[in-house]
Design a protein around this ligand. Sequence first.
Ligand SMILES: Cc1cc2nc3c(=O)[nH]c(=O)nc-3n(C[C@H](O)[C@H](O)[C@H](O)COP(=O)(O)O)c2cc1C
Length: 401
Amino acid sequence: MIRLRLLTAGESHGPELVVILDGMPAGLVIDARSDIDPDLARRQGRAVTGDGGAYRGASARMRVERDVANIVGGVLAGRTTGGPVAVRVVNADHNSWKGKALPPISVPRPGHADLAGVVKFGHDDIRLTIERASARETAARVVAGAICRRLIAELGVRVGSYVTAIGPVKADVSRMSLAGRVDAAATSLLCCPCAEATGRMEEFLEETMRAGDTAGGTFDVVALGAPPGLGSYTQWDQRLSSQLAAAIVSIPAVGAVEIGEALANAARPGTEVHGDLALDPDSRVRRIGASGGGIEGGISTGEPIWIRAAMKPIATTVRPHASIDLASGALAATEYQRSDFCAVPRAAVVGEAMVCLVLADALLVKLGGDSLDEIRMRAAALRQGRIGDFTMRAGTKVFWP
Ligand SMILES: Cc1cc2nc3c(=O)[nH]c(=O)nc-3n(C[C@H](O)[C@H](O)[C@H](O)COP(=O)(O)O)c2cc1C
């Protein structure tokens, strides 16, 4: 990120998470209850039921936590000041851990940061790694993403997500519009836009849990209304595609990201993939039938931005893995700890947060400005790719005299 900076701190079972988001413009109205808490509830998988019940397969911790954002800096009288925005999120679960003498953990779980973390930091207790490597940290990202969501909404950008597969069970959403998928997912416990597939996913999750196993899956994040011209091909790290990909694979357990239909496109001929250009009734040059995810040359095209992420199955399994007790060197089985069986619907919300963050940064880089008023004026003057916006009247030039 170029203009925004995000730092998070805190441990999974410590007193609280701390978020600092620096670089936000002044004048943005932020209300923790209506702008941030709903996304925190969605990350917990409890937004649809509302009564505290998450989907089957979400960790029992989701019944303990009631995440709420406590803004402690950068917002005065309900508006951002331009200073760093600081937010605290209390870990309700901390109460069950506070003051307890905890025996060290010395048997690393494959697929977690356990072994890599203790080798790297020289910890004498795997808990020192687990506490920070835990995906509890993603609640802090969701806070920052929700603040960015408020900013980009002011500029007409909407970000949403939906689950497309849990384990081998896939939802066919190909006949639904992107907005339709996001709307339908908002009413589904598993965030899946397709009711028939949701039923099969639920059955699969039940079987998986009964077998003491876990599941991964895929989810899409889409951004509607993003203007053309975000990101740049001029440097590798300024490509919007590379920034989005890095943000998405930074989500714990996400191992692959696709921009548009990248994987399927690899097997298709070029004439089928890139679509055609045509003028719409507003004299805007549009892409018809393109499947590149709304980004060309690392720059947003003005078409919907569409990203797919693949999440591996949860590494904490009831059925133990073979491991080694690092204290004794003896073979040992991993011990089960309370955990999600499948976190794909929850990770999709984190994916939205990361996309909101990257798009807010890209918009601020494109538009500049220190206050929302300034930014709005500049946004109104953005080139939108209308035929009248082009300046194609150049004569012959000598490029390299
Ligand atoms: C929202 C969310 C919830 C997660 N919940 C769990 C969990 O309950 N148990 C678990 O073992 N892994 C969970 N994970 C995945 C682990 O955090 C992740 O696999 C681990 O930190 C190792 O990181 P890596 O998979 O990126 O290598 C979750 C991930 C996300 C995004």
